[in-house]
Design a protein around this ligand. Structure first.
Ligand SMILES: [Fe+2]
Length: 316
């Protein structure tokens, strides 16, 4: 019986452009041996394939200034847009997040969340590049929403299959505006009024692998009250954050981390007081989330036509 790690590795096509070292059995990989600025288009396509399967990649030893980061980000697709943060001068698609040694209080994104989940089409990829990294601390946590789905019982999968989640931008602008290290756009206030519906159970457009579209701003399900929805949301999020569905990424200077934003939740760790941390961020446009739909009924459980994950871990 293959474990999570073997299932993940068996699903990844052969990759020759770099050395890939998985972080855990569920998601995440370190990548060494590739220069994203000078890599061929074929090599960049292999990075994208690794991302489709591993969901988060820490690509080590890049050497990028903002212009170089801009070039690398755009090799993976057009900018998704950013309604909230004021960009770096000269680069519409880059934000610089700085945390100074004397800064106290929350860091940006320290609660588990999906980036911009309330957008009609959330970013497909978020990229961060480490300009200044503390000697220790400031790791990032990730939780696979595909592995979380696969860990649900068949009955629970069938129960939630057709739910539509309502994701709200309420409070998002206020949190960002209250952080003195961030520069926000005044027009970002409009985010507070946004409510967007996304299917709860979706499928990855390339691998066909099902996942839970969860976020920290999921308010309720269509046709249900908040009181009715909350126990289901609370259960699914606590389930998704079980240790076996997560990885913890350690940063180094010149690490470029990219994650396949809709297929995981992530959180920043606020444990490096007294140190400076500076990262550049860009995002890549994604595609509309695809409802997994009823799928095939096979052996009493819901399975899916595409991809390599036709059976759940619990059934093998
Ligand atoms: Fe984030």
């Amino acid at each position: 019986m293959p474990g999570l790690y073997e299932t993940l590795m068996n699903a990844i096509p052969e990759l020759t452009a770099f050395d890939l070292r998985p972080l855990t059995g569920s998601l995440g990989a370190d990548i060494v041996g590739i220069n994203l600025l000078t890599a061929s288009d074929e090599e960049i396509a292999q990075v994208q394939t690794a991302l489709d399967h591993c969901h988060v990649l820490a690509i080590r030893d890049q050497n990028l200034d903002p212009a170089g980061f801009h070039k690398v980000a755009r090799r993976f697709g057009p900018f998704s847009g950013n309604m909230i943060h004021r960009p770096l001068e000269g680069f519409e698609d880059i934000v610089r997040f700085t945390r100074n040694p004397e800064d106290r209080g929350p860091v940006v994104g320290e609660d588990f969340h999906m980036d911009l989940a309330w957008m009609e089409i959330p970013p497909g990829i978020t990229m961060l590049y480490g300009e200044e990294i503390p000697p220790v601390g400031g790791d990032t946590l990730f939780a696979s929403l595909s592995a979380a789905y696969e860990g649900l019982s068949d009955t629970m999968r069938n129960l939630i299959l057709n739910l539509i989640g309502v994701h709200s931008g309420k409070g998002v602008f206020a949190i960002n505006a209250s952080n003195t290290a961030l520069s926000v756009k005044a027009s970002g206030q409009a985010v507070e009024e946004i409510e967007t519906e996304h299917p709860l159970v979706c499928r990855h457009p390339v691998t066909g692998r099902p996942y839970l579209y969860l976020s920290g701003v999921l308010q309720r399900f269509v046709g249900m009250t908040e009181e009715e929805s909350k126990p289901i949301i609370d259960f699914l999020i606590s389930h998704a954050l079980r240790g076996e569905y997560t990885c913890r990424l350690r940063w180094e200077p010149r690490t470029l981390t990219m994650w396949a934003n809709p297929y995981l939740m992530h959180a920043a760790i606020n444990d490096y007081h007294g140190h400076r941390r500076v990262v550049l961020r860009s995002t890549v446009a994604g595609s509309p989330p695809i409802a997994a739909g009823a799928g095939d009924q096979e052996n009493g459980s819901t399975t899916f036509r595409k991809g390599n994950f036709r059976k759940s871990r619990s059934r093998e």
